[in-house]
Design a protein around this ligand. Structure first.
Ligand code: ADP
Ligand code: ADP
Length: 224
């Protein structure tokens, strides 16, 4: 399955051209979206996540028309937004179980299995009874990945996930994403060149709503 974005444009009501003719093909694996603040990365990601409308252009994920078939996209999408909020008093395991119910996993035994597997995968098993408010930044981001993976997405979108993580947590988080990227299309937005260099097989550089360069990180980064 490939994600194909063609001539996607978006202007906000205040006149900001956040996306200008964005054309990209994203293959399975890790795809890095590199660009400074204001480049349009979040706008692109929110559009792909069906949370906002584009003005023109198209996007398809396999057979799915991303801009029209929102329900179909949501079936196969995992999304970790930049401003991922948590319920500080709720235990990690309880929130994950609740979100699993909302995702439609109605069978209690199956739900427990899914949640336990995600807590293992994100290395949060030992902290599963702790309130989310007690989590470190890295733990919060890993929890964000756990919730995004509910329902086995084919496309995982993560918006600036490593901002504010200490080096050790960054490595841990990178390892988690690499593992996921073996099965799923992962789009990682970041303003940190080394995030893309270390993790991604393909990348694009955005600025001012435009895609400036796209290709393999080694080739692209050498042109920066
Ligand atoms: P990012 O860190 O990805 O650039 P922003 O800080 O620009 O994100 O945006 C945070 C939130 O504020 C988003 O929901 C975005 O839609 C909104 N926002 C950003 N810039 C503006 C703006 N100029 N006018 C109105 N809302 C904005
Ligand atoms: P990035 O994620 O790369 O930082 P964004 O997509 O958040 O970029 O923002 C792209 C541009 O659009 C910025 O100039 C930002 O201020 C503006 N912007 C983002 N959200 C809004 C909004 N809701 N209303 C108006 N302008 C916005």
């Amino acid at each position: 399955m490939e994600l194909r974005i063609q001539n996607l444009s978006k202007r906000y009501p205040n006149g900001t051209q956040a996306l200008a003719d964005v054309t990209l093909t994203v293959k399975p694996g890790m795809f890095g979206l590199l660009g400074p603040n204001g480049a349009g990365k979040s706008t692109l990601m929110r559009t792909l996540a069906t949370l906002q409308e584009a003005d023109s252009g198209s996007a398809t994920l396999g057979e799915i028309n991303v801009l029209r078939d929102k329900d179909a996209v949501r079936q196969v999408l995992g999304y970790l937004p930049q401003d991922f909020g948590l319920y500080p008093k709720v235990a990690a395991e309880d929130l994950l179980e609740h979100l699993a119910t909302l995702k439609g996993i109605r069978n209690a035994k199956e739900r427990k299995q899914v949640v336990a597997a995600l807590l293992q995968q994100t290395n949060l098993h030992a902290a599963r009874k702790k309130p989310l408010g007690s989590f470190s930044g890295g733990m919060r981001q890993r929890f964000g990945i756990a919730q995004a993976l509910l329902g086995n997405p084919r496309l995982l979108i993560v918006d600036e996930p490593t901002a504010g993580l200490d080096p050790e947590e960054r490595v841990r988080f990178h390892n988690l994403l690499s593992e996921i990227g073996r099965d799923v299309i992962v789009i990682l937005s970041t303003h940190i060149v080394s995030d893309v260099h270390e993790l991604c097989a393909q990348m694009a550089v955005m600025n001012g709503g435009r895609v400036l360069l796209t290709g393999e990180p080694q080739a692209v980064i050498s042109q920066l």
